[in-house]
Design a protein around this ligand. Structure first.
Ligand code: MG
Length: 164
């Protein structure tokens, strides 16, 4: 039903999503250590979401009769200079993931693989949300600059996400 080439590309995306999860968890650990509990909570929630994305690819491959072959996950960075730098890096990473999703959609289109094309719709929409969310957080950091009270408030605001 789906080509080996498409299956390989979807397998590679599992690794990319699991790496995203791992990267955001590393960011959470660093933020936690710096006592930014709100930002850390947001990143932990983001990390779980990314693991869920990887699992969607995992399940889809099974559904179309292809074997999931897990690859190694690269060691993420473990230290950053500021919360702003972390969120800027998260935005950059989401733009990279968007490019990957678009490449998968292009391949599905080239192969006239309608099932995979429809499966990928969720991710195309999801990436719009991810990039929008990360962009708006980065914009907030730029707005508050070095103002410690404002960063404290932003930490509290983002921490709300973990509560839901
Ligand atoms: Mg993702």
């Amino acid at each position: 039903m789906i080509s080996d080439k498409m299956a390989k590309a979807l397998n590679d995306q599992i690794t990319a999503e699991m790496y995203s999860s791992y990267l955001y968890l590393a960011m959470a650990a660093h933020l936690e250590n710096e006592n930014y509990n709100g930002f850390a909570g947001w990143m932990r929630a983001q990390s779980s979401e990314e693991w869920g994305h990887g699992m969607k690819f995992y399940k889809y491959l099974g559904e179309v009769g292809k074997k999931v072959e897990l690859a190694g996950i690269e060691k993420p960075k473990t230290t950053w200079n500021s919360p702003q730098e972390i969120f800027e890096e998260a935005l950059k990473h989401e733009l990279y993931i968007t490019e990957r999703i678009n490449n998968l959609a292009n391949l599905a289109h080239e192969e006239k693989d309608h099932a995979t094309n429809i499966f990928l719709h969720y991710f195309v929409t999801e990436q719009v949300e991810e990039v929008n969310a990360a962009t708006s957080i980065v914009e907030k950091f730029k707005m508050v600059g070095e103002n410690k009270m404002a960063i404290y408030m932003l930490d509290k605001e983002l921490g709300q996400r973990a509560a839901h």
